[in-house]
Design a protein around this ligand. Structure first.
Ligand SMILES: NC(=O)c1ccc[n+]([C@@H]2O[C@H](COP(=O)([O-])OP(=O)(O)OC[C@H]3O[C@@H](n4cnc5c(N)ncnc54)[C@H](OP(=O)(O)O)[C@@H]3O)[C@@H](O)[C@H]2O)c1
Length: 277
């Protein structure tokens, strides 16, 4: 007998098809299964037949399938024209299409799924797998299908509607790409610590634990990041000496602005490539 997990989604009654169940959609799915979503309600479609998490059945194509209540599309933006055409027969008049594709605007999605009840964009990040992700949303309909989608998203972490779609690519750069930027920062910190003579075997766990603790404080505190840094630094002390290096000529802000801008521009380029097919 399959194991039944009690959780906020154990009574979730909608059928879900995930068209393109790779790393990102798979992370969302594994969290939903951990929250009690019955695997039998979900079908994953991946052309290679790669196994979906949580014992969810995987098909290599959608042939002959009926329209689900929720159709989550999780392929790459560059695959949009071909893959959306292959997914379209699954989007019936009672289907809410949910896209996690970076850069593909709502208007293009509505045109690609003209028979769907509604279409929404959500932008998750990888920490959704542990329920500590960020999910930006745009176009989630009020009530009905939108409410049911909200129930799914609420299990993933912090959910934030973004009213102006023009800002969605910048939000994607911040929260979708952001975890990779933080991991790179952790790597740089560890590398720098080893240059100061700390054993790499010590530097790695020390840097990870420091970042995790500081991030938890940041998440839980009402104080601004500036105030939190000031609470660590005393005038003329060690921390202030390090902060002065980061702040010199606004170099850290300039680096972060350049980083986010590059990610956003790439999103725009990919969106154009998606449109061009
Ligand atoms: N990775 C992130 O942190 C992140 C964050 C936010 C948003 N996203 C968005 O998530 C989407 C997927 O990214 P990912 O990192 O999860 O990539 P991925 O691991 O490469 O997953 C892509 C998925 O699309 C499937 N696929 C490829 N061609 C297809 C087709 N013609 N029809 C149907 N499915 C097809 C792949 O199946 P096979 O494995 O069988 O080839 C795979 O399951 C992208 O649109 C990206 O913008 C990603």
């Amino acid at each position: 007998m399959p194991l039944t997990i009690k959780g906020p989604l154990s009574q979730f009654g909608e059928s879900i098809t995930i068209f393109g169940c790779g790393a990102m959609a798979g992370a969302m799915l594994s969290r939903w299964i951990d929250c009690g979503l019955p695997p039998a309600q979900v079908t994953a479609i991946s052309p290679s037949g790669r196994a979906a998490p949580g014992g969810v059945s995987t098909l290599t194509a959608a042939d002959g399938m009926s329209a689900p209540d929720i159709l989550l599309i999780g392929f790459k933006p560059q695959q949009f024209v071909r893959a959306a055409a292959a997914a379209e027969p699954l989007a019936g008049p009672n289907t809410l299409v949910v896209s996690i594709l970076a850069g593909v605007p709502l208007g293009d999605l509505v045109r690609a799924f003209p028979r769907a009840e509604a279409v929404a964009r959500v932008m998750p990040n990888m920490p959704v797998a542990t329920g500590r992700g960020v999910v930006a949303t745009h176009g989630v309909p009020e009530g009905g299908a939108g409410e049911r989608l909200q129930k799914l998203l609420d299990t993933l972490g912090h959910v934030q509607p973004i009213a102006d779609e023009n800002g969605f690519e910048a939000v994607t750069a911040l929260t979708g790409c952001g975890p990779a930027f933080l991991y790179r920062f952790a790597q740089a910190l560890t590398g720098a610590a080893t240059r100061l003579g700390i054993d790499p075997a010590d530097a790695d766990p020390l840097a990870r634990a420091m970042l995790a603790g500081a991030a938890a404080t940041l998440a839980e505190s009402d104080d601004s990041p500036l105030a939190l840094a000031e609470a660590v630094a005393s005038p003329g002390g060690m921390t202030q000496a390090g902060l002065d290096v980061l702040d010199n000529d606004g170099r850290l802000i300039a680096l972060m602005a350049e980083t986010l801008r590059a990610a956003r521009e790439r999103g725009r380029t990919l969106a154009q490539a998606a449109r061009d097919g």
